[in-house]
Ligand binder design. Structure first.
Ligand SMILES: [Zn+2]
Ligand SMILES: [Zn+2]
Length: 361
């Protein structure tokens, strides 16, 4: 583009930064769309997103970063764990992100967010099942919405106000968190942290959920990709339950190409690529697939083109065939089939506990 921005920060930069802040995080495609409309207005003629060059984008990102730095914000980027797209986010570089967020939320909302994170990273992130995501109905369960849940003793100042949220308030907050790009909601209705949240909360998550230890082999709740070293909340795991090695699915091709054999780099266990981290821990189980079929999930199966769904059609991650356990599955189907969208009173962890034993090998 012929747009001159070097050296002077002008209205186009301000417009870009404003759009960026308003969206919370931006992919390259989104950034180029925004810049194209800014350039169109500025030049008085239509500029297509494809005409926006990488240099344009880089210069606007770096000008935005310069403008933000006196305010203790910086721009970071990471790869989206599913789409592999580069994603930019404005990240507070100094203060505790939850404190930061607290300026725009009520304390009840903050407590709810903390309990939601606990659900993601503790309740549904166990040694055997690293789901690291919360189904829509789980996010509205009493133990998450009700106040006086577990609080780490440090924040005494806030203890008095934890009254909890109503279902309606929680639903509204969840929608806001999705629109602000803190959370993503998958088409299977799981909430997980967005790239923005993972970047912003990285240090906080490690502090809150990982143990301090001198032994790098100790199991930890938050683990990193062996290839790119970013947090893995969606990807693959070593089938050795004691082993901490994780890999993004998007990182695996390059990683295995660089290795002599497809075995875990730490414990040497064969890597079959069917041990998951993320919602696929649930969505690849017999129970889930049966339930989905029984619920006549036209609306679900239609979405099969997506990133994770294509792998769902493959073999069950425990190696058990999908046709076994008809009876058990039918029973589970009673409980969890028939519209996972509607029934928020189910307690899905029961169904998950049942398969725990299968993971033992
Ligand atoms: Zn990775
Ligand atoms: Zn291993």
């Amino acid at each position: 583009m012929e747009v001159e921005i070097r050296g002077n920060y002008d209205d186009t930069n301000r417009a870009f930064l404003q759009a960026f802040m308003g969206r919370g995080q931006l992919s390259i495609v989104e950034s180029k769309k925004i810049l194209a409309s800014i350039f169109s207005v500025q030049s008085g003629q239509a500029v297509a997103p494809e005409e926006v060059t990488k240099e344009d984008l880089d210069s606007y990102i770096s000008a935005a970063a310069d403008a933000l730095s006196p305010l203790d914000y910086e721009i970071r980027s990471t790869f989206h764990q599913q789409t592999k797209e580069r994603v930019y986010a404005v990240v507070n570089s100094i203060s505790d992100p939850l404190t930061q967020m607290a300026t725009t939320r009520t304390s009840e909302e903050m407590f709810y967010i903390k309990r939601l994170l606990d659900a993601m990273f503790e309740t549904y992130n166990t040694k055997r099942k690293e789901v690291m995501a919360v189904r829509d109905m789980q996010a509205l369960e009493k133990k998450v919405t009700k106040g006086s849940g577990r609080q780490d003793g440090e924040d005494n100042s806030q203890l008095a106000v934890d009254k909890g949220l109503t279902i309606e308030q929680a639903e509204k907050l969840l929608a806001t968190l999705v629109s602000e790009k803190w959370l993503e909601k998958s088409k299977e209705n799981f909430y997980r942290l967005s790239p923005r949240a993972l970047m912003e909360l990285r240090g906080w998550l490690l502090e809150a959920y990982n143990e301090e230890t001198d032994d790098p082999d100790d199991w930890q709740r938050i683990k990193f990709c062996e290839a790119c070293k970013e947090i893995v909340t969606v990807g693959q795991r070593c089938s050795n339950l004691e082993c901490n090695v994780r890999l993004h699915t998007i990182c695996q091709t390059a990683f295995w190409n660089s290795r002599p054999s497809k075995t875990c780099p730490k414990c040497d266990t064969a890597w079959d690529g069917k041990r998951y981290v993320g919602q696929m821990v649930i969505t690849t189980t017999d129970e889930y697939l049966q339930g989905r079929r029984r619920s006549g999930g036209a609306k679900n199966s239609r979405a099969a083109a997506g990133d994770e769904e294509d792998e769902e059609e493959e073999e069950h991650q425990n190696g058990t065939s999908r046709t076994n356990g008809r009876n058990g599955a039918a029973e589970n189907g009673e409980r969890n089939g028939g519209g996972r969208r509607n029934s928020r009173r189910e307690s899905p962890e029961e169904e998950e506990d049942e398969e725990d034993d299968e993971d033992d090998e």
